[in-house]
Ligand binder design. Structure first.
Ligand SMILES: [Fe+2]
Length: 442
């Protein structure tokens, strides 16, 4: 566990809001950003999450009023090695990524692991240097980071817990995170991860590209799917603490560290729209077919990170939660398909309808660019012969990180993680039902 003090928390609702919050009265300047002298002797500092000139609707920055400016939170950097955290491009010539893959949950190995040492990269896509693509990780955390602090200059992190509870003590405030919630930690945001209940395991989508945003709802209108008010940003809280601390920075795929003599979580007040958020997946209001057919899974998009090409996401984060199945005369599970996008799925809780067996909570699957997939024989047969009364898919929560770029397996994913060698056999029992008669051979 960490020796760090407990921070008081609290949240303000909204997605992309212009928040303002202060932990001490009068710490936040009124009517201006950069007073000649700030209250309490604080330093004013801007954190820019988008270029200065980004269009207004996408422009994100936050003004921080802090005990020390960030230049005091790092010194001379030296390289360190975190061998299991990989960044794209990372194409191992010994590893085959062309295939359909599925993994059992990555087990806890009994060793003490933090947010940094316990990060296990499964796939990478795109290129961290050109700020396109992503990496998919599993984290295994058994202890807090103590007096180590971290930020990624490469990426924002979408965190999807599956077991255990974590505390993200960030510059802008505290986010406590449990399974069936997600958090987004912005690029450049300094934080420490404490363990509230362990061991903890979950999934991370490391987004090298443009920030995650809410998808346009189009004809759905102004409501449903993920609603802005269900996102929570932390209120300001701070540490004024001298200690032997370490700042770790991820920058262009490499890790560096620097020694400092105090906690960098020293922001006493802030205002702006560039902030970490959490979101309860149980507040996602799914919309689907209410008469017939099975829509594209994009109907379940929670967050989307654009690529610059309209309609072509760098990453979509898609949620398959409990819901009613009511479509008439319809094959209700996901259909067979091949997709230009690459689909990495994880199971958070329960049973997934297209694969009743083998895809368990904590497990993952990968259906890479233009590789066919779909229901197994049992799911196909059951759904083809089912009585189509309204039925509820219960006790289920799975997600997908879907990217326009092919995902390359790491050596860890191919050799150390519990890969199911027989996964492709799940389609072996599918047989020819064509016999020349309109009814087919059932
Ligand atoms: Fe798919």
């Amino acid at each position: 566990m960490t020796g760090a003090p407990s921070l008081s928390g609290g949240y303000a609702p909204g997605f992309g809001n212009d928040f303002e919050t202060e932990a001490l009265p009068g710490a936040l300047p009124r009517g201006m950003n950069s007073p000649q002298r700030c209250a309490y002797g604080l330093y004013a500092e801007q954190l820019s999450g988008t270029p200065f000139t980004a269009p207004r609707g996408q422009n994100e920055r936050t003004w921080c009023y802090r005990i020390r400016p960030s230049v005091k939170h790092m010194g001379r950097m030296s390289r360190i090695d975190l061998p299991y955290w990989k960044s794209a491009p990372h194409v191992d010539p010994e590893v085959t990524s062309l295939g359909q893959y599925r993994w059992d949950p990555v087990p806890h190995a009994g060793e003490a692991l933090t947010w940094l040492t316990g990060m296990r990269t499964m796939t990478t896509a795109g290129d961290v240097n050109t700020q396109v693509g992503m990496a998919a990780h599993v984290y295994l955390v058994t202890e807090g980071m103590g007096d180590t602090y971290f930020y990624s200059a490469d990426s924002e992190l979408l965190v999807v817990p599956q077991e255990g509870r974590l505390r993200f003590a960030t510059e802008l405030g505290v986010i406590d995170l449990a399974p069936q919630e997600v958090a987004v930690i912005p690029r450049g945001m300094v934080y420490r991860v404490d363990l509230l209940e362990g061991p903890a395991r979950g999934f991370v989508c490391e987004n090298y590209g443009q920030k995650f945003d809410l998808p346009d709802r189009g004809p759905i209108g102004a409501n449903c799917l993920a609603n802005p008010r269900d996102f929570l940003a932390p209120v300001a809280c701070f540490e004024d603490r001298d200690c032997e601390a370490r700042m770790v920075v991820k920058w262009c795929g490499a890790f560096h560290e620097s020694r400092i003599d105090h906690s960098p979580l020293d922001v006493i007040a802030w205002h702006g729209n560039y902030a970490p958020v959490k979101y309860d997946l149980k507040t996602f209001s799914p919309v689907g077919a209410i008469l017939f057919d099975h829509p594209d899974p994009s109907i379940f998009t929670v967050l989307t990170a654009p690529s610059g090409v309209p309609g072509t996401a760098n990453i979509d984060f898609v949620l398959f939660r409990d819901r009613w199945n009511v479509a008439e005369g319809t094959f209700r599970p996901p259909w067979y398909h091949k997709n230009v996008m690459s689909e990495l799925m994880g199971n958070i809780h329960g049973v997934y309808d297209a694969k009743p067996q083998g895809f368990v909570p904590g497990g993952m699957s990968l259906h890479n660019m233009m590789l066919p997939h779909g229901p197994d024989e049992d799911a196909f047969r059951a759904a083809s012969l089912a009585d189509l009364a309204p039925s509820k898919l219960e006790d289920t929560m799975a997600f997908m990180f879907e990217t326009r770029f092919p995902q390359h397996l790491t050596r860890f994913a191919a050799e150390e993680a519990p890969l199911q060698d027989d996964y492709v056999e799940c389609w072996a029992a599918l047989r020819k039902r064509f016999d020349g008669t309109p009814e087919g051979d059932w």
